[in-house]
Design a protein around this ligand. Structure first.
Ligand code: 6LW
Length: 511
């Protein structure tokens, strides 16, 4: 009898459901399938797109913005480019709406096949950030925050034409930065979900409702419905919960996706804002209650949808297959000709644009650090070099905040393995060791407080070059809206260089 109390779906799950820099999640359902998108800032392709059957196990199926014509990034940095997207499914078509703050603002793209190509951008007049769509009876409504507060208008989603005046419908409950709005309809109420407090420790999710889509909206007396700003979550390993979206599963259950971050060494976070999941129930007054008390945990001991995990991602990325998985991205509008595959290697052509440059696109390809404890290893060789050329592995927050482990060509014709820290205006070379042969293995190990940098020349005997605190390249120290990327790069000392680097593999392992 006791056993039967635990239905087979009461398996619980682990948060975050999408670890690493995956902020501003938005989710929609099409039949039995869920799709989720995140913001992507200065990275290309833009807006990572995930698929799931259970809201817990997510597989990246690509990106929504894959062509420069959809994603002109100009000189976007970690506060630029693509802000929070919304994904919606209506009548056979998927819509993804977002803001390119480095270009013309709000736009949407659409497709009937989310795994295929998305349309060219349809640009929109109503400004602000965090645009969202709501469809009803053949009409399409847009909400965003062009002033302080949430504004609504009706649009033609195929042309972008705005069909009426923008109207302010809610200011929120008084928290700073009312943003991230979404409208839902349930039991004849229009619900307006937003975030307030800013995307740091004061972040919270609030909700209001109205019988009419354009208001007046009444605030839920129990707001905020999700926050970790209060005493009950002061010791939680999860902070900054906010920027949420709701979805109803085929079994009738309701769920919320939101962002939050996991502080390391006290109050610094490095992995960016990640995607979390919480169950939602509706109380007797028809207001949503998130996970009982408006807080979330790493281990969620709740009933779930029947879980359908995907195959585990392999530790090793092989370059033999001559393609990179969708977890690999580039900085801004990259130059594809500098990334080729030769003899089973990833062949990176060095250019004079370096990791510290805020303009242009260095030869640099990266994937997210998804776990606080991890190891990343590569094996590489730098060829056809002149003095000053370099290539290697970087732990990269953005241009002025990164730790680089690399091979460098010296004036005397020799090569050295080197460890360098870039901290704002400060550049520090920690150590440089002359190499006796070409091929080198570079390894970085990370934990809560430290990154440890090691090299080997025989594939197995790793020696430490140095170790550095994590917090100096955290979001709290460095700034930005992004998270740590692990990147492979090649930089030339001048245009005269013909240098390139061959990378044999890239291993990423959770520890
Ligand atoms: C996003 C805003 C926010 O557009 O941060 O956390 C901004 N919320 O809603 C950038 O991610």
């Amino acid at each position: 009898l006791t056993l039967s109390c635990f239905s087979q779906n009461r398996q619980g799950y682990q948060n975050p459901v999408i670890p690493g820099f995956h902020p501003d999640p938005s989710v929609c359902r099409a039949g039995d399938d869920f799709y989720l998108v995140n913001s992507s800032f200065q990275y290309f392709p833009g807006v990572p797109l995930f698929h799931s059957k259970d809201l817990i196990n997510w597989e990246q199926i690509g990106h929504c913005l894959t062509r420069p014509s959809q994603l002109p990034l100009h000189d976007a940095g970690p506060w630029g480019g693509i802000y929070a997207p919304t994904i919606r499914y209506n009548d056979g078509t998927f819509y993804m709406i977002t803001t390119n703050v480095s270009d013309k603002g709000n736009f949407l793209v659409h497709t009937t096949d989310p795994r295929g190509k998305w349309s060219e951008p349809v640009w929109l007049k109503q400004g602000g950030i965090d645009p969202s769509l709501y469809f009803e009876d053949g009409k399409c409504y847009l909400v965003s925050n062009p002033g302080v507060g949430i504004y609504l208008c009706e649009i033609n989603p195929k042309t972008g034409e705005q069909l009426n005046e923008s109207k302010r419908i809610w200011n929120g409950t008084g928290g700073r930065h009312p943003e991230g709005p979404h409208i839902y309809k349930k039991d004849d109420w229009y619900y307006l979900l937003i975030s307030e407090g800013g995307t740091e420790y004061g972040h919270k999710v609030t909700i209001a409702r109205s019988r009419h889509i354009d208001g007046p909206y009444d605030s839920n007396p129990a707001n905020p419905i999700l926050t970790h700003i209060n005493k009950n979550a002061q010791d939680s390993p999860i902070q900054g919960t906010g920027h949420a979206d709701l979805v109803q599963a085929p079994d009738g259950s309701w769920w919320m996706v939101c962002l939050a971050f996991r502080p390391q060494c006290g109050t610094h976070h490095l992995l960016g804002r990640e995607t979390f999941l919480a169950p939602v129930r509706w109380d007797k007054n028809a207001w949503p209650v998130v996970n009982g008390d408006g807080s979330i945990a790493l281990k969620m001991g709740v009933s779930t949808l029947p879980q359908q995990p995907f195959a585990k991602k392999p530790v090793r990325t092989e370059f033999k297959n001559k393609e990179l998985g969708s977890e690999w991205v580039y900085l801004r509008n990259y130059h594809p000709e500098n990334y080729t595959f030769a003899s089973g290697n990833l062949h990176l052509k060095a250019t004079p644009i370096g990791l510290n440059d805020w303009k242009g696109s260095p030869t640099f390809v990266c994937r997210r650090q998804e776990h606080i404890d991890f190891t990343a290893t590569t094996s590489m060789q730098l060829k056809k070099v002149i003095a000053g050329d370099e290539a290697g592995l970087t732990v990269y927050m953005f241009e002025s905040s990164h730790y680089d482990l690399f091979v460098k060509q010296l004036e005397n014709g020799k090569q050295a393995v080197s460890l360098r820290y870039q901290l704002g205006e400060l550049t520090h070379t920690e150590k440089e060791i002359i190499l006796s042969q070409g091929k080198v293995q570079l390894r970085v190990r990370g934990n809560n407080e430290l990154y440890m940098f090691e090299y080997a020349t025989d594939g197995k005997t790793f020696k430490e070059l140095g170790r550095m605190n994590t917090r100096y390249i955290s979001t709290e120290t460095a700034g930005g809206f992004t998270g740590i990327m692990l990147g492979l790069y090649a930089t030339a000392s001048s245009d005269a260089s013909k240098a390139y680097a061959d990378f044999e593999y890239f291993d990423y392992e959770k520890k």
